[in-house]
Design a protein around this ligand. Structure first.
Ligand code: UT7
Length: 326
């Protein structure tokens, strides 16, 4: 048994901040952000929450798969920005959808989270533990962002993406995942506040303790990503005896356009095999891969039989790659 994606969905906040608007908050410019990251704008939650976006993305994935919520037996939400600590976001999504037969839990794998959620759900399906799994990456990173820190606030955005995985007879591909806790200090967050200082009428000047917001050594994370992601992709292709020319798409975590370009170059693959939407959403952590998958699905870019490599990397540090057949 293995999992196949039967449907996808996504949901992003309607409020958009472009680079020029950001330059009112911090000393930056559209030119710098565009050139160094590829990001042009990001969607920021005003009324939306991690759970509301996750539930809407999940609802759309169910619709696209033609399944009812009662048919779900697993809901897995990957997030670092859940609205509350308890109950978990997956149980809240269950409630919203009426998925009364599902087992629900969350997973914190940061920007590798969707790859880890996919692997976990696939293991449940391959092991016959469940038949229909809804996996969701949902993030409200604006609540965790220091809007005074131009090294981070230019990068991140909010949103959710979901995929409906169904167990079928077929080949299971072995994933590759790694962690290095020794390097965890490169990307940290002490705690969280339910405020973003942008849309929730909080005065950003009152936020004095930077440790309560995401702190990132951008260059270290950048160097780690461009070294480890191509290695993980080569490793996952190798252990599954798949050649690069058999891969239709590499769907990478959308952190920075230059990271994606570097990975493509190191693999000697055309950039066209690495779709991107970070210009519109920024870096949405565990939501970025399913957001992009859903966009590709809706655009009709995915054909039956396509081999797709998902690759994620981020806080922990964590990184990994996994193969799926469309
Ligand atoms: O999601 C998973 C984890 N996260 C990532 O994968 C992010 C990885 N890192 C990055 O994407 C990049 O490191 C950033 C986009 C965060 C930063 O880009 P960079 O090219 O690494 O910039 P830098 O930190 O090396 O700074 C270069 C220069 C510095 O000025 P000096 O010292 O050369 O005069 C910075 O002060 O650019 C300056 N700078 C800025 N200037 C305008 C840094 N941020 C900004 C800014 N606007 N927003």
């Amino acid at each position: 048994m293995t999992g196949v994606i039967r449907g996808t969905g996504s949901c992003v906040p309607s409020y958009i901040i472009d680079n020029n608007a950001l330059s009112q908050f911090v000393d930056t410019s559209d030119e710098w952000i565009s050139e160094r990251t590829g990001v042009k704008r990001r969607h920021i939650a005003a009324k939306e929450t991690t759970v509301s976006m996750a539930a809407e993305a999940g609802r759309r994935a169910l619709e696209s798969a033609g399944l009812s919520a009662e048919e779900l037996d697993l809901i897995l939400v990957s997030t670092i920005s859940s609205d509350v600590i308890l109950p978990c976001a997956a149980c809240e999504v269950q409630k919203e959808l009426g998925a009364s037969n599902a087992t629900c839990f969350d997973l914190n794998g940061a920007c590798t989270g969707f790859v880890l959620a996919y692997n976990t759900a696939n293991a449940y399906l391959a092991g016959g533990i469940c038949k229909n799994a809804l996996i969701i990456g949902s993030e409200c990173l604006s609540n965790l962002t220091n809007w005074h820190d131009r090294g981070t606030c230019i990068l991140f955005g909010d949103g959710a993406g979901a995929a409906l995985l169904q167990g079928v007879e077929g080949r299971t591909y072995r994933p590759v995942t790694h962690s290095d806790g020794e390097k965890g200090s490169a990307l940290t967050l002490k705690s969280r506040h339910d405020c973003n200082g942008i849309t929730k009428e909080i005065n950003p000047l009152s936020m004095t303790d930077d440790a309560y917001f995401m702190q990132m050594d951008g260059q270290s994370v950048f160097k780690f990503a461009v070294r480890k992601v191509p290695e993980a992709i080569r490793e996952v292709l190798d252990i599954n005896s798949i050649r690069q020319e058999d891969v239709t798409w590499y769907v990478m975590h959308q952190a920075n356009r230059r990271i994606v370009e570097s990975v493509a170059k190191k693999l000697n693959e055309p950039l066209e095999k690495f779709p991107m939407n970070l210009q519109e959403y920024g870096n949405t952590s565990s939501a970025s891969i399913p957001l992009l998958l859903d966009e590709m699905n809706r655009k009709g870019m995915l054909r039956s039989g396509d081999l797709i490599v998902l690759a994620g990397f981020g806080a922990g540090l964590t990184w990994g790659a996994t193969i799926l057949q469309w």
